[in-house]
Structures are given as C-alpha cells and as structure tokens.
Design a protein around this ligand. Structure first.
Ligand SMILES: Nc1nc2c(ncn2[C@@H]2O[C@H](COP(=O)(O)OP(=O)(O)O)[C@@H](O)[C@H]2O)c(=O)[nH]1
Ligand SMILES: [Mg+2]
Length: 481
C-alpha cells in the first residue's frame, strides 16, 4: 500500500499508534469491543488534529433587544422555509395556518402569564388569588402541569408545562422556600437559554416567622443575581393558613374562631402591574419571535427530512459505482479518494438538493478539500483497515481480490456523502467554495464517521458491499465521472 500521508506529526504519533493498538485488539475480539472500536482512535487522532488547528470559539448568546423589525424578519424566514417546503414536498397547510396566526400576534393586547413550578407549591391558589384582582383585560393567567414529579406520565406533563411556558409572555415560577438544584436549573434554562421573561415567586411566606421571611427572600435574590433583577424575585402568601382569632368581650367572655386571612400578594401584583405597563409590547414581540423561530425550525426539519431521503438515494447510487470501479481496478487505499470516493459530480448533485449551486470547478474544490481532510484525519486509512478486518474476520471465506478496495471506496463515498448532507443542512445561506467552512466540515466529517464506525453498521455495510460486488459483475465504464 502506497502510504503517503501528509498528516501532522501528532496524529501520526499518538493517534496512529493508538489506532493500530485498537485495531489489533479489535482483530482479536471484534465482539468484545462492541460499538466503540475505531471510534476511540478517531476521537483521539481527530481531536488532536483539530485542537492544533484552532480552539473552538465560545458561542455567545444573542442579547439584542427584540424589535418589530426582528420579529418581522423571523416571520419572513419562517414563511420562506414554509414556501420551500411547498415547492419541494407536499403543501404544508397546517404550517401555513400557524403562520397566519403568527401575523395576528402583533395586534394582541393581553399578556399571557404562565404559572409554573413543582407540585403543591400553590399554583392553583395563586391563579385564584390573581383572578380576584382586576388587571383589566390586560392579563390572563394559566396554571401549567406540575414540574419535578418522577413518574413517567408526569414527565409528559412536565414537557407540556415547558411548552406552555414557552408560549406565554411571562412566567411566574413558584417555589416554597430555598431553591433545589433542579429548580435552579429549570429557571436557568427558562431565563438564559429560552430567553423567557420570568419572575421567581416565593409562596407560603406565612409558614415562616417574620424574621425568616426577609432572610429567605434575600437568599433567593442572591442565588438568582446572575439571572434576575432583585425586584423580579417576590414573596407572597397565596392562601395563608387559617389563624385563630380571639375576642374578649366587655363582660369578660372570650370568643374564639378560626379565620382564613386574605391572600398577601401585593409585591407580586405591583410588579405585574409595572411590567404590564412598561414591557407589554416588548414581551408580546418576544413571544411572537420565539414562535416564529419554532415554526421555521419545524418547517426546516420537515424539509431536511425530504431532502435527506433524496440525498441518500443519490449517495447509494454513487457508492456502488465507486465500489464497482475500485473492485475492477484495485488501487492503493489513498488513491481511492482521487479516483472514485468523493467525486465532484456527487458534490454537485447533493448541493442541488440543498439549494447550493456549484460550478464544476467549485465542486472539484469541495471534493478535493474533503479528500484531503479525510486523509489528514486518518479516516481513509482507518476505514480501509476496518473494512479489511471485518472482511477477514467474517465467515466470508472467499475474499475476492479488490474486495477491500471496492467496499472501502463505497464506505468512504457513503460517509463523505452523509457528511456533506449534514454540512449542507446546517448551512443557512448558500455557500461558495471559497467560503467553505473548513472547521465545520472537518467536525462534521468526524461526527459522521463516529456515528457510522459502529461495528454492527460496518458489518452490515461490508456484507451488503460484498454481495453487490460478487453478484453484479463490475462495469468499468461506470467508473468515469
Ligand atoms: N400556608 C400556606 N399554604 C398554601 C399557600 N398557598 C397554597 N397553600 C396550600 O398548598 C397546598 C397546595 O396548593 P395548590 O394551589 O393546590 O398547589 P399546586 O399543586 O401548585 O396547584 C394547598 O393545601 C394550599 O392550601 C400559602 O400561601 N400558605
Ligand atoms: Mg394545581
């Protein structure tokens, strides 16, 4: 085998010797190694190589304020994703309906408030107390199913709760005292990740003695300081326990009875009134934007599914052409890439499915770039070795000359194709070969290889490949591309 690797020393050193060690043990006990055979080797080799290239950038959260323009832009993007779906698949009637609804959200006046939290923290009582107050038609309150319960059916309810919270303009997160770690994580998710306007409501204040109340409230505000302004954590008693009332009459007689104190929710109702005046428009826009992004994501997922089916059919076609070519005319492993594995025609056809137009020259550049990445990451060599190990250790007694090359070519084509599909899927706008995001492509390649290097998949693939090669006589004329 003409090994002419142009890989960085690090991979050649640590990565390769590790791979060889893995492959050796793999050879002896293919079953024992299970799913993680070469995966580890690729992870080590690839990661080191990538690490050398660049340390990955931290993703920054988008802190820009929501404006009418940004919402309109999000809606327009959802609309065009739905439009594409209509062109490439069947008419997305339901999504269109949602889009119409979304456009109406601009005129919405009332604020939707979701009350969320664990079981028996007082959500129902709070909604009742809030409904007694008159915020005009401005605010509507909805209790969600309880969070943090442990049975399976309740977990479904938990998902519902978070979906409802996401559809609300404002979330009241109710707790009874100090936050548990799970409660804190959920709050963090709501506020920092979902960017959901949230108030933390400390209920059942009446269960604490007066001095304690201030301490608990302060502790909560401290704990939340990176996520919430102090005034967004409030203390209430939605339904204080009954108290004993004693009355001394003039004649000395004592009368005693129990009385239910009125709800004490002023801190919260004041805060709500302020928010309703100052932030109403902003909150409605933010909700509309979240919904637009969700709608766009739904349309894109459907679109990606349709495109992927088409892409897979094309990849399979090319992978068997590559297999036949390499089988008929065995070449050293590394030349597989140059001859058949990733061909510019495949790049062009996959690109067309994903609305990425390539000139032939650009497609050749992409194919060439992928080829050299696969070599750099050690994927070609690993794959060829893996295929030949499976071939040898399988009961396939007869290994035809060129079978390793044939199946390897198919396998590399398959994975290269899948990587391109993943890469195109994640691209928002049309790319040209000049702006090919090498880091991303390289990460995608590694990810796809890891996902498909599982022994079971490889065995199935090799079996299919051998059957195809032996049953169909190779047709060299298909090789030209
Ligand atoms: N002491 C006290 N008990 C409360 C308060 N709010 C609610 N509760 C009680 O907590 C229990 C659960 O209340 P509920 O509103 O049904 O909670 P949910 O499961 O969150 O809807 C009931 O027994 C309520 O009476 C409060 O402010 N103080
Ligand atoms: Mg309830």
């Amino acid at each position: 085998m003409a090994v002419q690797l142009r890989r960085p020393i690090l991979v050649g050193g640590v990565g390769l010797s590790f791979s060889l060690w893995i492959l050796q043990s793999w050879h002896h006990s293919i079953v024992q190694l299970g799913e993680y055979g070469i995966l580890g080797a690729i992870a080590v080799g690839g990661t080191l190589w990538l690490f050398q290239q660049k340390t990955p950038k931290r993703q920054s959260i988008d802190n820009s304020p929501v404006t009418r323009e940004t919402v309109e832009k999000a809606i327009a993007q959802a609309a065009s994703a739905i439009e594409r779906l209509a062109v490439e698949a069947k008419e997305p009637a339901q999504l269109r309906q949602q889009l119409i609804q979304l456009n109406k959200e601009f005129e919405r006046q009332e604020l939707r408030v979701a009350i969320i939290g664990g079981k028996a923290v007082g959500k129902t009582k709070l909604v009742q107390a809030l409904n007694q107050l008159s915020f005009g038609q401005q605010l509507t309150f909805q209790e969600t199913p309880a969070l943090f319960t442990s049975t399976d059916s309740d977990r479904q309810a938990e998902t519902t709760a978070l979906v409802q919270a996401n559809a609300a303009d404002l979330v009241l997160f109710v707790t009874n005292g100090d936050l548990t770690e799970t409660e804190f994580q959920t709050l963090q998710q709501l506020i920092a990740v979902n960017r959901q306007r949230t108030l933390l409501v400390f209920n059942k204040q009446d269960q604490h003695i007066a001095e304690e109340r201030a301490v608990v409230l302060h502790a909560l505000q401290q704990r939340m300081q990176t996520l919430l302004k102090p005034e967004d954590t409030v203390a209430i008693a939605a339904s204080p326990s009954e108290i004993k009332v004693r009355q001394h009459a003039v004649d000395g007689a004592i009368q005693e009875w129990r009385e239910q104190p009125a709800p004490a929710i002023e801190q919260l109702s004041d805060r709500l009134a302020t928010i309703a005046t100052q932030e109403r428009q902003q909150l409605i826009w933010a909700t509309t934007q979240r919904q637009a992004l969700a709608l766009k994501a739904e349309a894109k997922t459907l679109l990606n599914g349709v495109r992927r089916d088409r892409a897979i059919a094309i990849i399979e076609q090319y992978q068997w052409i590559a297999a036949a070519a390499a089988f008929a005319n065995p070449v050293p492993a590394l030349d597989l890439l140059a001859t058949a594995a990733i061909n510019a025609q495949l790049v062009t056809e996959l690109g067309a499915i994903y609305q990425q137009k390539f000139s032939l020259q650009q497609a050749q550049t992409v194919a060439g770039t992928m080829g050299s990445l696969m070599v750099k990451l050690g994927l070609v060599e690993l794959s060829t070795k893996a295929v030949s190990t499976v071939l040898k250790s399988n009961a396939v007694t007869f290994v035809a000359g060129g079978a390793v090359q044939g199946v390897s070519a198919a396998y590399l084509t398959h994975l290269a194709g899948l990587s391109l599909v993943e890469y195109f899927q994640s691209q928002e706008v049309a790319i040209d070969s000049e702006k090919l995001n090498l880091d991303k492509l390289s990460q995608t390649l590694q990810k796809v290889f890891q996902q498909n290097q599982q022994v079971t998949f490889l065995q199935g693939f090799v079996k299919q490949g051998v059957e195809r090669l032996l049953q169909k006589p190779p047709q060299p004329q298909l090789a030209e591309s």
